[in-house]
Design a protein around this ligand. Structure first.
Ligand SMILES: [Zn+2]
Length: 481
């Protein structure tokens, strides 16, 4: 492995979340009864003419801007000709030598915690084909069924430069790309429903070799984890061939997740010649400066920029910022809550550790949480003001989850007792100090963090009911005194 360097490029197809299809008025919807969202245009009946969906152009432009592409003012649709039963027209409308966008990039984190820029060759618009159904019917052994609802669904295809060097980088690239696309709202990126699909080109070469090796294309992989596994497998397979003095074939391979291996689907000799030519039924697509300016204005703050800003604005830990920005909706809800709270950082802590931990343990989503965002803010404020201890917060959250009640209601009813009598707290501190002379010595020798030990001991003795602010103050005073 150390002698060789893998070279990986990724092609990602993304279905756009438009109400209607790319070139006709049919509903663009997943899960309808088979062959109900079809018309003469998407069925390719004689004489039917395509009309480009403006929303699809807007979404393609938004996606292209979000991955730092240059938008071509005048792009050309082309026919990509091939015969397949789920493609009734006999060609797919795509873009060939003049795609709508080119020359973009995405920054991804690498194993050594630095940032690597992965180039994006192009983003072009095209339409999806229908679906051949090979399984699930009583006569599936002898027949294939066709569902043409997907014909004409608007797609963008995003092609990366061969800049990726490890399966992990490929995984990160896809993760970032999906996150960015979700933020722009142009697709739901649902891989189970095929809204996001990925093909990988992979080759290996001796380290430092000037030329790329012969590549294989791995197709039809339906999760980012599987892509990583398929690439790991394929890299090893190709190195083995080269080490044995053989030659890697240029071919298309399929990933079999059950067997954990790829196998050959077709060789280059059998590969399609698509006979591209400009689509005669569609004029060139012109993106005017006004259209481009409007798209730029609609571009939301993207995940990486948002994380940086939130870390600075709310003093968040990097990992917390990542979790909070996992989706745009979650980040929006956090920020709305944080603005009303005494300490945004405290809100993040309660939300991620107390609430997030409980939800995760129960396998619940944020939307199913018995504690609302307002409840999280109240809990964070009470903690911040020292009106409840973290132990009391845990107990109240437990009640919330047991009874399915929001935090403010539980807090009102069960307002925990708090010891705010300084002399009572001081008496407890004296006891703990007397019982732990070694720690007192350490503290007085300069190890100030030992104060936390005393706070913890007294809090335990007080069954979590000592006022935390007062307790901290008094412990410091006693130890210093
Ligand atoms: Zn249609």
């Amino acid at each position: 492995m150390t002698k060789y360097e893998p070279v990986i490029g990724l092609e990602v197809h993304v279905q756009l979340l438009t109400a209607t299809k790319a070139f006709c008025g049919c509903a663009n919807r997943f899960g309808s009864d088979p062959n109900t969202n079809v018309c003469p245009v998407c069925l390719g009946l004689p004489g039917a003419l395509p009309v480009l969906n403006a929303k699809a152009v807007e979404f393609a432009t938004l996606a292209a801007l979000a991955i730092n592409c240059e938008i071509r003012e005048r792009s050309i649709f082309a026919r990509k000709n091939y015969f397949y039963p789920d493609l009734p027209k006999g060609y797919q409308i795509s873009q060939f030598d003049k795609p709508i966008a080119e020359h973009g990039w995405i920054d991804v984190p690498t194993a050594d915690k630095s940032i690597k820029r992965i180039g994006i060759t192009r983003l072009h618009m095209e339409e999806d084909a229908g679906k051949s159904l090979h399984d699930g019917f009583s006569d599936s052994a002898t027949r294939t069924y066709l569902d043409l609802n997907r014909c004409g669904t608007p797609l963008i295809e995003i092609v990366s430069e061969p800049d990726i060097r490890t399966p992990d980088e490929a995984f990160e690239y896809l993760t970032r790309l999906k996150e960015i696309l979700l933020y722009t709202g142009v697709s739901d990126c649902n891989m189970e429903e095929g809204s996001l699909r990925c093909d990988a080109n992979v080759s290996v070469r001796l380290k430092g070799a000037p030329k790329f090796g012969t590549k294989a294309e791995v197709k039809n992989v339906n999760s980012f984890r599987f892509i990583r596994s398929a690439l790991e497998y394929e890299i090893e397979r190709q190195i083995e061939i080269l080490e044995e003095g053989g030659r890697v074939m240029q071919e298309t391979r399929l990933w079999n997740a059950n067997e954990g291996r790829t196998y050959s689907m077709r060789s280059k000799e059998q590969a399609h010649d698509y006979r591209y030519f400009p689509e005669p039924d569609l004029p060139p697509l012109v993106v005017t400066p006004k259209f481009l300016a409007d798209a730029k204005a609609k571009l939301p703050e993207l995940p990486e920029a948002r994380r940086k800003r939130m870390i600075a604005e709310y003093e968040l830990a990097t990992q917390d910022a990542h979790t909070l920005t996992a989706s745009r909706e979650f980040a929006d809800r956090f920020e709305a809550a944080a603005k009303t709270a005494k300490s945004p950082r405290r809100v993040a802590n309660v939300l991620l550790s107390e609430l997030g931990g409980r939800l995760k343990a129960l396998g619940l989503e944020q939307e199913q949480s018995p504690v609302s965002m307002a409840g999280v803010v109240l809990a964070a404020d009470l903690l911040e003001e020292g009106k409840i201890s973290s132990k009391q917060l845990k107990q109240l959250f437990d009640v919330s989850f047991e009874k399915g009640e929001d935090f403010p209601a539980v807090y009102e009813r069960e307002k925990p007792q708090q010891i705010t009598d300084a002399s009572a707290i001081e008496a407890m501190i004296d006891e703990v100090i007397a019982a732990n002379p070694k720690q007192v010595e350490q503290y007085r020798a300069g190890k100030k963090t030992v104060a936390g030990f005393f706070v913890g001991q007294v809090m335990r003795a007080a069954k979590g009911q000592a006022n935390p602010t007062l307790l901290n103050e008094l412990v410091a005073k006693k130890l210093d005194g």
